[in-house]
Design a protein around this ligand. Sequence first.
Ligand SMILES: Nc1ncnc2c1ncn2[C@@H]1O[C@H](COP(=O)(O)OP(=O)(O)OP(=O)(O)O)[C@@H](O)[C@H]1O
Length: 306
Amino acid sequence: MCSLRRGLPGRSPAPRATIHCARAVSSRRGSADSFSRARERKGVVRLVEVDRLSKSFGDRLAVTDVSFTLEAGTTLAIVGESGSGKTTIARMLAGLETPTAGRIAVCGDDRSRPARRASERRDRARQLQIVFQDPYSSLDPRQSLSTCLDEVLRLHHPAMDRAARAARVAELASLTGLDGRQQSALPRELSGGQRQRVAIARALAAEPAVMLLDESVSALDVSVQAQILNLLADIRAATGVGYILISHDLAVVRQLSDRSLVLRHGRVVEHGPTSEVLDQPTHPYTRLLRDSVPRPGRRPARPANS
Ligand SMILES: Nc1ncnc2c1ncn2[C@@H]1O[C@H](COP(=O)(O)OP(=O)(O)OP(=O)(O)O)[C@@H](O)[C@H]1O
C-alpha cells in the first residue's frame, strides 16, 4: 500500500487539504472561539466543530444536543442502532438538512445555514465530500472514471489545463488502485469494490479537508472491505484528510477510527477514544451494541429494559 503514496510525486506530505482548511480558519480568525485559537497555536488543525446540534422533524427529535470535533488526519466514528440519528447528522454536515439548533463549522466556516450561492455550495463541497454506501446510485452510469474525475477537476480547479487534469486523473487512479481499463470503464462494468474506489477517487478529486464515509464499506465483502479500509488509512496518512465514519460495523470502526461517538435516540451516550469506548464501555447501551456483534461461541445479549 505504501507504493500508493509514490503516486503523489512532488507533493508535500503536508496535506493540501489541511493547508486549504488552515487558510479558511485563519481567514475568519476574528470569529473563531478561544479554544480553536489555542488548538491552532499548538499546530492542530480542527476540521469540524459541531456544537450542541439538534434536529427535529415536526415533533420528532432526531438529534439532540450533539457536540464533537474532528482534527486533521484523524477519524471520528459515529455509531448507533438504526434510527439513532447518524444519517441526520451526516445530512446536516453536508448541508442537506438545516439544524433546528446548534452550530456546525467545517474548516472554520459556519454551515448552520444553507449555502446561498453556487460558489458557496462549491466551496463547501470542496471542504467536505461524502462517499455513500452504494456508489452505483451516485455515479453517472454514462461516465467513465476518467470523464467523471475530469469533470470534478474542472469544477473545483478551473485553473488546471487539460494536461494537468489528465496527470491528476492518472494520479488519483493510481492512488485508489484503479488500472487503465478500469479508468475507461463505465460503472456497470466495474465490481462493487472498484466502484467504491471510483467514488473515493471522485471525492478526493475535490481535495476535501473532510470525507464523510456513510456506511461506505458496508456493502462490500470482507476481503474487499479490508482493501478499501487500508486504502482509506493510507490516503489519510498521505493527505491529512479527516474522516467522519458512519457505521454500524464495530470491526470497521475499530480498524479505522481514533475516536467514537455512540448515539442513542439522537443523543450522545458515550464519546472517547475508540479503544476505550469499545473495550471499556461505560454506558450499558454501548455494552449492548458491542455484545450484539456475533462472535463464535457468544450468545446474543438480551436488551435491557428500554
Ligand atoms: N425527513 C425525515 N422526516 C421525518 N423523520 C425523519 C426524517 N429523517 C429522519 N427521520 C427520523 O429521525 C430519526 C433518525 O433517523 P436517521 O436516519 O438519522 O437514523 P440512522 O441512525 O441514520 O438510521 P439508519 O442506520 O437506519 O440509517 C428516525 O426516527 C427517523 O425516522
